[in-house]
Ligand binder design. Structure first.
Ligand code: AMP
Length: 424
């Protein structure tokens, strides 16, 4: 029997994982500077949570969720992070503890989409939610934070597109204007969009089908139907972004997959690297009705999510540097016991140590040390343990010396710090 990972779900193994870890560290470092704190919520939630928040007539809810029943409960593997985070916010009455909440999350999401390069069934997102600030200054700050993050990790050729979907009163008006524009052209739409025209016409804006793009020519723009506070919010956002010097482009055709968005929407795209057609590396928006929709107080909120895989595809392939390894090769039983003590002392000084405890020949152990690209190998036999010495082999310079046991830790620290990798 040959087992294989499920299609669209990937193993991320050592060698590749270092880039993920570097990405995650950079993300945490960036958003924590903006006051965000991590919230970890379950991967499985009640199906109704997603139906309620994402919306019934969305691709995700209609056909992509991994749902199942257990103990009479209808459950779903989370297809995105916001619903769970807002559920937790409401459940724990966080609004009674602080007027503004800034949370971030990180983890796997599940959608049964057709797998392709940059599109998977289990994929990873990082994201932020800012609850309790109606913007538009906070919207601009969040968009700017995302741009700073991408700059920090070295992703160029960025395009930030922004749009507004207005408030609860805008949507029906815009929907109507769109339906009026598209109904006479309905036969020219793709089959999916003919259906969307009845269920969720805003999603047609998003379609990449040339027939739909053609039919959208001359369609009214959502910005044209914005009024009052919604219009003011939109202008406020543009003013703040201009003042911050954040590069952006208003795009009235931008809509995003989820139903809960209000007012500000944004998406970050890149033409760098190998993301291909899946060039949206992140996006977000304001969802002022969602907290109340999920049973909480009526608080405004805005958030975004970034797909890790796509961002890594957009980054140069340079592997993240690995800390240099000090290899310890004991020969004999006493040496093997002493090697573990020596390794502990080295690790306490921040050195990565790999002790070969197999009882293998010196040749086999040195082969492994070379395989790990260890700059330094410590060889100790029972005789050395007896005389209080350790042999240090410099695997880069090919020299070797015998040193007193008492000096060895300081020697290794000095050498490996020179190699640029150890913690101090
Ligand atoms: P969304 O939650 O659909 O707004 O997606 C936010 C980000 O998650 C996107 O910009 C992508 O980078 C990423 N993403 C969404 N769906 C997938 C997928 N099926 N596979 C890989 N990344 C995805």
């Amino acid at each position: 029997m040959n087992f294989r990972a499920i299609k669209g779900m990937n193993d991320i193994l050592p060698g590749e994982i270092e880039r993920w870890q570097a990405f995650e560290r950079a993300f945490r470092d960036t958003v924590e500077l903006f006051g965000y704190r991590e919230a970890r919520t379950p991967i499985v939630e009640p199906t109704s949570l997603f139906v309620r928040s994402i919306g019934e007539a969305t691709d995700i809810v209609e056909k992509e969720m991994y749902s199942f029943e257990r103990h009479d409960d209808a459950l779903t593997l989370r297809p995105e992070g916001t619903a769970g985070v807002i559920r937790a916010f409401v459940e724990h009455h966080i609004d009674q503890k602080e007027p503004v909440t800034r949370w971030y999350y990180l983890g796997p999401m599940f959608r049964g989409e057709r797998p392709a390069r940059g599109r998977y069934r289990q994929f990873y997102q990082v994201g932020c939610e800012l609850i309790g600030d109606a913007g538009p200054a906070s919207d601009a700050e969040m968009i700017d934070m995302v741009v700073r993050f991408f700059e920090r990790i070295g992703i160029g050729q960025l395009e930030v597109v922004v749009n507004s979907l207005g408030g609860p009163s805008t949507r029906p008006r815009y929907r109507q204007a769109l339906v009026e524009h598209l109904t006479p052209r309905a036969e020219k739409l793709s089959e999916d969009s003919q259906r969307r025209l009845k269920t969720n016409p805003l999603r047609i804006l998003d379609s990449k089908d040339p027939r739909d793009i053609e039919a959208m020519q001359g369609a009214p723009s959502v910005i044209d139907v914005l009024e009052g506070d919604d219009l003011e919010h939109w202008h406020g956002l543009l003013r703040h972004l201009e003042h911050l010097g954040t590069p952006f482009r208003p795009d009235p055709l931008l809509v995003r997959g989820l139903d809960y968005y209000r007012r500000t929407l944004f998406e970050i795209r890149t033409s760098a690297g190998q993301v291909g057609a899946q060039n949206a590396i992140g996006g977000g928006g304001r969802y002022d009705g969602l907290v109340a929709e999920l049973g909480g107080p009526d608080l405004p909120s805005i958030g975004f999510a970034l797909g890790i895989e796509r961002i890594l595809l957009a980054m140069s392939e340079a592997p993240a540097a690995r800390k240099p390894v000090c290899f310890v090769a004991p020969i004999g039983q006493r040496a093997s016991m002493e090697a573990l003590v020596l390794a502990r002392e080295l690790r306490e000084r921040g050195i990565v140590v790999d002790v070969d405890t197999r009882g293998a020949s010196l040749r086999a152990m040195l082969r492994r040390a070379n395989g790990l690209s260890a700059p330094v190998c410590l060889v100790l036999g029972d005789a050395e343990v007896e005389s209080g010495q350790v042999q240090l082999k410099d695997l880069e310079g090919h020299g070797q010396s015998t040193l007193p046991r008492a000096e060895i830790v300081a020697q290794v620290v000095a050498r490996l710090q020179g190699a640029g990798g150890t913690a101090g």
